[in-house]
Write a protein that binds this ligand. Structure first.
Ligand code: ADE
Length: 243
């Protein structure tokens, strides 16, 4: 089981998206569980403020260390060992290799792994005080080269992408085998009925019943689309980061 704990100033953001489809099913099968904490609940100041001005100048505000330090301490005391992941554009970019590693945590040597807990920390404003990164954060993850208004949506993307790789989470295991990024290729085009929709026809090879030819067509189309839009995937791969 993977336990995803979120820590943010907007815990309500997580309520609805985790109650549908594959994630909902994984939760019902006890493959995953969720807990959401509000950073503001751990503040010790009268106004429950979580941010302050940046030392040395600079626009905007930064999240202060006290509530986040105390929240993480409380969560560790309550749930035991957790891996703290902070979502930031300065982190390692999430890709399918990393997602699969997070989805299949390795048990300690000679031991069994009952539950793996990821504590997903979302920042807002200009980010978090660097002491939080230095002393509490185990991994920093970006979901792409653009700036989000906070880490909550990045956390949700992490949860969604990791959950569907957990064994047993997908109804039809085959859906993992043929999808994009398998063997560093994007997925070939797919069609369903009718074979002729308003004059637009499904490629005849797919209706031929010739499995060998269909397989070759799929590979050719995968290479074609990957070459067109994601040449970088076909380049020799640099070693991917460890989880
Ligand atoms: N927070 C703000 N921008 C982000 C990004 N690109 N990825 C992850 N977390 C973020």
């Amino acid at each position: 089981m993977i336990h995803f704990i979120t820590l943010s100033i907007f815990p309500q953001i997580f309520e609805s998206p985790l109650n549908y489809s594959i994630i909902k099913r994984a939760k019902d099968k006890n493959l995953v569980k969720f807990s959401h904490f509000d950073i503001r609940d751990f503040t010790k100041n009268k106004h429950k403020s979580v941010d302050n001005q940046i030392y040395g100048g600079g626009a905007g505000q930064l999240m202060t260390p006290q509530p986040i330090f105390d929240a993480i301490k409380y969560i560790k005391q309550t749930y035991g060992e957790v891996k703290v992941i902070f979502f930031t554009p300065k982190g390692k970019t999430l890709n399918s290799i990393l997602v699969q590693k997070y989805a299949s945590p390795q048990p300690p040597k000679g031991g069994v792994l009952a539950t793996t807990t990821y504590l997903l920390l979302s920042g807002r404003y200009e980010g978090i005080d660097n002491r939080i990164r230095e002393h509490l954060v185990d991994e920093e993850i970006s979901i792409g080269d653009y700036i989000l208004s906070g880490g909550e949506f990045a956390s949700l993307i992490f949860i969604d992408s990791v959950t569907r790789y957990i064994e047993g989470a997908l109804g039809n295991e085959d859906s993992l085998h043929d999808e994009s990024f398998k063997d560093n290729l994007l997925e070939y085009p797919q069609y369903t009925r009718p074979a002729n929709f308003r004059g637009m026809e499904v490629p005849s090879i797919l209706l031929s019943g010739n499995h060998q030819k269909i397989k070759e067509w799929k590979t050719k189309e995968s290479i074609k689309i990957t070459n067109k839009v994601r040449k970088d995937l076909l380049a020799p791969q640099s070693p991917k980061g460890e989880v």
